[in-house]
Ligand binder design. Sequence first.
Ligand SMILES: Cc1cc2nc3c(=O)[nH]c(=O)nc-3n(C[C@H](O)[C@H](O)[C@H](O)COP(=O)(O)OP(=O)(O)OC[C@H]3O[C@@H](n4cnc5c(N)ncnc54)[C@H](O)[C@@H]3O)c2cc1C
Length: 510
Amino acid sequence: MAKTCVAVVGAGPGGLAAAMILAHRGFEVSVFEREAIIGGRNSELKLGSYSFDVGPTFLLMKFLLDQVFAETGRQTEDYLDCPRLDPMYELAFDGFSIHATTDRERMKQEIERTFPGQSAGLDRFHEVERVRFKRMYPCLQKAYGSLRSLLAPVFLRALPHLSIGRSIFQVLGNYFEPERLRLAFTFQSKYLGMSPWDCPGAFALIPYAENKLGIHHITGGLHRMSTAFAQVLEEEGGTLRLETPVHRLTLDGRKVTGVELADGSRVATDAVVINADFGHAMTRLVPEGVLKRYRAEKLRKLEFSCSTYMLYLGLDTVYPLPHHKIIFAKDYARNLREISHEKVLSEDFSLYIRNASVTDPSLAPEGHSAVYVLVPVPNNSGNVDWEREAPAFRERVLDVMEQRGGMTDLRAHIREEYIITPTDWEQQRGVYLGATFNLAHTLGQMLYFRPHNEFEELRNCYLVGGGTHPGSGIPTILESGRITSNLISRRWDVPFEPPPSFADELLDQG
Ligand SMILES: Cc1cc2nc3c(=O)[nH]c(=O)nc-3n(C[C@H](O)[C@H](O)[C@H](O)COP(=O)(O)OP(=O)(O)OC[C@H]3O[C@@H](n4cnc5c(N)ncnc54)[C@H](O)[C@@H]3O)c2cc1C
């Protein structure tokens, strides 16, 4: 019997996760990637002999990575080395730092040291948020293809834990009073490209998962995850075609019949899975006049995440500083207002420095280091002129790294350098509005209200990655790979094991 053919547009982590699962289940899978390398935002940036991750550097909820490998009968450890980082990161505020650890007793001591009398809140945080996580996590494992899906028992059980109408910053006020201590447990909303004052309270499950299960690194860089998925895909008989942009979807009415490549050739398939950035794909891959809900004018009115200014530095020294360090603007609330609402560049900005060479010497020559800097900035729906701003902004970023980041004489140690601005994200890397974390995760753009995994506007068309349910971090993207693979398997009557039901032990794995 002829195999069911699936084309995947894009070799980001979501596309590759779905591709390898489907190939394992017997589908004939072809992945088309427009770049010469795999991974998309999760790819490697090589500058001379320094290696960087373009995007993700925090691997949260590593059990999900294990589950995705297990979907293909494999074990993560046979492909990747994933050390756990402890302490997880340094949070540098004006005048003091918090070193966060998953060791509850040590974390309480750290809270007492910085905010005397507040440590009891940590036990309450763990107790209450554990329940939220247990209720909500199963909701992230299922598709929301119809409004009725919001009546599913698993969702109804989670409803009281959604904290509707409350921001994550307000929710954390249940446990901690001081603003900066709350920020230590809510800055994670930035993983979604959102401000803690805007991010729905339900996302308190992220700081909980982080503080309970910790953060992992992948030796050699997180891009190795995408490389490993591609290897599994090929072991399962799938094909990966690099430097092969999909020009557009081919359609018969609203039914997708395959893809047309940039060279004009056509590939007929039974289903197409889109992993390319959602906004980019809707505006570039679907002929005009076909879409309704997500046509260009409507798309533009949706809410998108912030963007990021990126600086990658190959240094001829290794600073003895943490693997992950977040430096908060003195007035963080104002900084985030300027990013999300006023859409202007802040005088006083926050930034994140990844100094991974301290724990992973494979990223740079001996005695050297690969340093990655991420500055959250407005997406391109504002009017920042990056061509004009970029040179001065670079100097300001280096100043902060030297003065608040502990990187004395940094400029003298730079051997390699590469910058990505929001304009580059949009124009060179196909990220709609340069919104690096995709559609915002407001309640109105979540679950049923986010573009569906089985895309509601076109038949035989599926979505995977940050633009669909459940959302834009690596764990949720992996979950989208599994949800979409399961929808396709069900549609073509291919048997599969349902995802493992939630087990308490997951929360104790670490
Ligand atoms: C700077 C940054 C930092 C991040 N940090 C973290 C983090 O620490 N932890 C975390 O969990 N998440 C993080 N994320 C979020 C998220 O995990 C990544 O963005 C992730 O790589 C998104 O994966 P994706 O599957 O949605 O696809 P993408 O990575 O966006 O890949 C899509 C692929 O589609 C390809 N493509 C596009 N158009 C076409 C076409 N027409 N034809 C063929 N191919 C096409 C692209 O080239 C690309 O390879 C970060 C993101 C960014 C940008």
